[in-house]
Every structure is written in C-alpha cells, then in structure tokens.
Design a protein around this ligand. Structure first.
Ligand code: EPS
Length: 403
C-alpha cells in the first residue's frame, strides 16, 4: 500500500511531499521528478508566477544511488517567490509569511473571493485574514503531488505502465483529437491539446478572456496503458478502483466532475451500444515468450478500462472538468469579512486558466492511485518480489480450462 501527504503554502518557503509504500529497488532520481514538474509548469494562460519558479524536488530520504530503499521518500520543493518576491502590498513574502511575529503592519485579506476556499475556510478555521486559508488552498500545492506522481510513474514504468494526459476543452473550445492520441503533439502544444486547430482556438479564447479580465475552465483526459487486468476489487465500495480514482482525480484543485470511459454520454446510449464485447481466444495476441499480451481483450473500450471496480486490461480513460479559476482580474462583487458589506473580491496576480496544468496533476493523482492498487495486488518489499508476483499472476490468466 502507498500513501502520501503534502505540506506547504503557496508563498511560504516551500512545499513538502512525503510518500511511503514504494518497494525497495525502484529507480528514482531528481531528474525524473524534474521532468514532470517542468510539464506541470507549462501551459498557455498561466500568470507571472510561473516565470519566477523553476520547480525542483530535492530528495531528502528514501532513495540511494538511484534506487528506492523502501523507506519513506521525502521531497522538498522551494518556492523561489518566497525568497525573491514581494506580496501584493509591496512587502517581501519573507515578511508577509514569516513564522514569527513581525514588526509593522501585515496587510490582511478581507475581501472574499467567490469560488475560492476563502469564505468556508475563514468560517471553519475562525480566521480574520483570508491569507491563512488561500495560501494552503492555492493550486501551488499541486507541485508536491506531481513530484509524488513522478515517483509512482517511475515505479509503474518498470511494469510497462504509461500515463499521459491531454486537454479536450478550454472555455467551450472542443478538441477533436486523433485516435489514438498523438502524445508527442500534446507535449508540443501550448495548451497540451492534440488537435492543432482546437489548440490555436484555445489560445485565442485564453487571450480574449485575459483581455476581459476573466478566467476559463475546461476538460482534461488521462489515459493509462498496459495495466494488468484485475487491479482494484468489486468487494467493497471503498476497494473499487473506480471509487478511488474518482476521489483522487476529483481532489485536484478546481475539479468539479470526473467521468470514466464514455462517462455521462452513456446516459443517451442503449446497452447494446455500450458494453465492450470480449474477443474470442483466436483473436488474442501473444508476447514473444508465448504468454498472452492481454487476457480477455475487448473490441471496444467504452468502459474506460474499468468494470466492477477493477481494471479490464484495456486503457484506463478518466476525464475531469475543471472550473474557471476563482481569482479574476475583473473581480466579482463580494463582501468584506470584517463588516459583511459589499466590496470587490480580492485580486492577486493569477492565471487566466490552468486547465493544461490540471491534466498533469490529474495524471499524478491517477499514477499514485494505480501504484497503490498495484502494490495492494502484487505486494513486495523489494521490486523483484513485486515482479515475481506480477509475472506469476499474468502467467495464470486466460481460460480456466474446460470442466
Ligand atoms: C494560484 C495563484 C497563482 C498561481 C498558483 C495558484 O499564484 P500567485 O498568487 O503566486 O500568482 O500561479 O499556482 C502556482 C503557484 C503553481 O505553482 O501552480 C491560486 O490561487 O490557486
């Protein structure tokens, strides 16, 4: 089993991630983590902050000479802005975010932003400065999650598992990506979209929203290939992999809906057009060593690689809808938390959209959840033990023999 926690504020000294449960012997390096952190920082529509940061996770523990030791993996990502930048009132972040009491005024945030965690947060935690809420609710925290996802990616890659994501909609501009998706084209696109025409229109839409002082949401899709059949379980509500994936992807900042496979479109279709017919054994493919390339393959994948809370062995397809960012250059009307009187919502430098970034975060959360399910199924304190169990399981798949 794997688990992780993060800590850190957006403009504090840094973010921390603590990942536990990866077996010993899995390859891991700061360079591999950096590759995913760099992908998270890209995407047209992000604000000035991304020019300041070059996210880098320093491994503090759990890795030696390029391999995990089985011990907890702690990672530290510095917030460069904390050490070099000033807050919206012109004071250095080191002053605004100081751990000790400071001399002189620190401007509190009283104007609540509709759509952000500000209002329920100040109520629940009895705060009179919304900064004590927004610093932690900021999507900056997702850098720590992506570092965790990168470690899980390195582990799962040892078993051929690969995860990608792409943007299918920004602000109502719908992409029509090629099938299969060209992942290299996604990485080249300014909005991480595989459809070049839609990509150009999305950039225009982001420019128009920026001009209007507004923000945009959209839809991202994560696709994971080469998963073995049977991860997760149908036995309990909380052991179903569908439950766990919807929760982990649904936890990404600003996500308001998650769907698997055809998702909400299933409402319009009859069963005969939905369920994924199983191929007869004559059509199954074999690996070079004679084992099945994929047991019980399907003709279609409308289920998005999950049936009954378990993987089918078909690609996992999971989508999330991301709401427009709550911090807007032209703020919505709001209220002051000290007086309750009408005021404009607070504005701090922000992004127009972070939908492209969300895809990378959703990938990380998916990878973590899959690594957890993989270890639950195959176990192992060293990756060689995990591999033995995995290979023995694969060798035993297929028809059970005639009665
Ligand atoms: C965010 C506001 C912006 C984003 C930030 C999330 O930060 P700032 O207030 O410093 O301009 O850039 O995202 C990141 C810093 C990041 O690394 O993703 C928010 O309010 O959620």
């Amino acid at each position: 089993m794997a688990r992780f926690l993060t800590a850190g504020e957006s403009h504090g000294p840094g973010l921390v991630a603590l990942l536990e449960g990866l077996p010993a012997g899995a390859p891991l390096s700061e360079a591999r983590i950096r590759a995913d952190l760099a992908r998270r920082q890209m995407g047209y529509g992000r604000g000035g902050r991304m020019q300041i940061e070059t996210d880098y996770a320093v491994l503090q523990s759990g890795v030696r000479h390029g391999f995990t030791t089985g011990a907890p993996i702690a990672m530290l990502i510095e917030n460069r802005d904390h050490f070099t930048g000033n807050g919206p009132d012109g004071k250095p972040w080191t002053h605004t975010m100081a751990k000790e009491p400071v001399d002189g005024e620190v401007t509190p945030i009283h104007r609540l932003r509709p759509g952000h965690a500000d209002t329920p947060g100040i109520s629940k935690y009895r705060q009179d400065d919304a900064r004590n809420i927004l610093e932690r609710s900021s999507a900056r925290e997702s850098a720590a999650r992506v570092a965790v996802g990168a470690a899980c990616r390195a582990f799962l890659a040892e078993f051929g598992v690969a995860a990608h994501s792409h943007v299918t909609n920004i602000g109502g501009v719908q992409a029509h990506p090629p099938e299969p998706v060209d992942w290299a084209a996604v990485e080249e696109s300014p909005v991480r979209c595989a459809d070049p025409d839609a990509s150009a229109l999305m950039v225009r839409e982001i420019d128009a929203a920026k001009e209007a002082g507004d923000s945009l949401g959209g839809v991202v899709e994560v696709v994971v290939t080469s998963l073995p059949i049977g991860l997760g379980s149908h036995i309990q509500w909380d052991t179903k992999l569908s439950t766990r994936l919807m929760a982990s992807v649904g936890s990404v900042n600003a996500v308001k809906g998650v769907e698997i496979g055809k998702g909400f479109a299933l409402a319009d279709l009859r069963g005969s057009k939905v369920h994924d017919v199983i191929k007869p054994i004559e059509e199954w493919e074999r690996n070079a060593d004679g084992s099945w390339a994929r047991a019980w393959p399907r003709r279609t994948n409308n289920a998005g690689g999950l049936e009954g809370g378990m993987t089918t062995g078909e690609p996992l397809v999971i989508r999330a809808v991301v709401k427009p960012i709550a911090t807007m250059m032209t703020p919505l009307p709001s209220v002051d938390l000290t007086t309750g009187k009408l005021d404009q919502a607070h504005y701090e430098r922000s992004d127009v959209t972070f939908v492209p970034t969300c895809g990378v975060i959703a990938e990380a959360m998916t990878l973590f959840t899959l690594a957890d399910a993989f270890l639950e199924k195959f176990g192992g304190d060293h990756i060689a033990e995990t591999r033995r169990n995995y290979e023995a399981y694969l060798a035993d798949l297929g028809p059970r023999g005639s009665a």
